[in-house]
Design a protein around this ligand. Structure first.
Ligand code: ATP
Length: 316
């Protein structure tokens, strides 16, 4: 299939989806070009699945539009389905089919016939590494293998766009690395990939761009490095105390009520946006206050910190 180069492969245009009073998706716009992996990150109930389901022609927006290769999921769902594969977060299986039968079944439902279908199933079995267990029944597959099969199903008709809802959920580290390699390869092959997760670090090494969503609102969007640079205005300080970390946390919070602060055992972490001198003065006053400081480290933000800074943790 030929794709038009003049527009992005995935585009959300001022997408809104309301369920009664719940603004599941509230004015979300972004684009994903060919060869790009876009991470759609947000906590439970943020609106990721709703947006993806609209793109995948499984739901309709309240207003706005969702386009695949320039075609609207609302007005041209058939053209969209030909160009897009959706991997939902739940795996709807036919447990007594084996992997090959399962892929063959979906290839048929996309209208693939003859050698095109045989080659398509072989290509996907090879790509996902399921060729060695092609005759294994689905109910005997591990979680990682099921995810591979679910990805295989989404790509059976060789679409230009893949929409993957929480593909890394529940995978062990090895399976996650393998998934990452597959997704990167698909991007190298020129596909546009939208992949969701609750966890920024889970996707950090496979995505080029991210959109961070919470309560239906897109809070940040852009290339990961750009977002990181914007957030680097402050430093994360970690104080390791011999004892009384609780009191130290309370003391710090009372000095600066707006401080984002957390405590784990004897460690207290907080954001600090002052100068180095102010940092040194703060350390001195903690010590003068009578706290025993074992270590004091100032570091730039990790991706996890950035995510925590952008989101508030609110769910709806
Ligand atoms: P999760 O990571 O938990 O899957 P999500 O980011 O995918 O979350 P959505 O599933 O899109 O979030 O849900 C967004 C909001 O819309 C939630 O408050 C959810 O309860 C609500 N919602 C989703 N589908 C429906 C529905 N069919 N009817 C009513 N409310 C819904």
């Amino acid at each position: 299939m030929l794709y038009q180069a003049s527009h992005p492969l995935i585009e959300l245009r001022r997408l809104h989806r309301f369920y009664g009073k719940t603004h599941a998706v509230n004015d979300v716009s972004f684009e994903v070009d060919r060869g790009q992996v876009f991470g759609f990150i947000g906590p439970n109930g943020a609106g990721k699945t709703t947006s993806m389901r609209i793109l995948a022609t499984l739901d309709l927006p309240t207003y706005g539009d969702a386009l695949i290769d320039g075609f609207s999921s609302i007005t041209d769902p058939d053209l969209v389905r030909k160009r897009m594969g959706f991997m939902p977060d739940g795996f709807g299986t036919y447990p007594y089919m084996n992997c090959e039968e399962y892929l063959d079944f979906f290839a048929r439902s996309y209208g693939m016939v003859g050698m095109e279908r045989v080659r398509g199933v072989r290509r996907v079995l090879g790509f996902t590494g399921l060729d060695k267990i092609a005759d294994k029944p689905i109910n005997g597959l591990s979680k990682g293998m099921r995810q591979r099969l679910s990805l295989g199903r989404a790509m059976i008709h060789d679409p230009a766009v893949l929409i993957l809802d929480e593909p890394a959920n529940g995978l062990d580290p090895r399976a996650r690395i393998e998934l990452r390699q597959m997704i990167r390869q698909l991007a190298v092959d020129g596909k546009a990939i939208l992949v969701s997760s609750h966890i920024l670090t889970e996707l950090a090494e496979m995505v080029d761009h991210v959109g961070i969503i919470e309560r239906g609102n897109l809070l940040a969007v852009g290339c990961l490095d750009e977002i990181r640079r914007k957030m680097q205005g402050s430093t994360v300080i970690e104080v390791n105390l011999l004892e009384n970390a609780d009191q130290c946390r309370i003391w710090l919070s009372s000095r600066t009520p707006t401080l984002k602060i957390e405590q784990q055992g004897n460690r207290v972490r907080f954001d600090f946006s002052g100068t180095e001198r102010e940092q040194a003065e703060l350390l001195r006053s903690i010590i003068l206050e009578g706290f025993f400081v074992l270590a004091w480290t100032a570091e730039t933000h990790s991706l996890e910190d950035i995510f925590m800074q952008i989101t508030t943790g609110a769910v709806q």
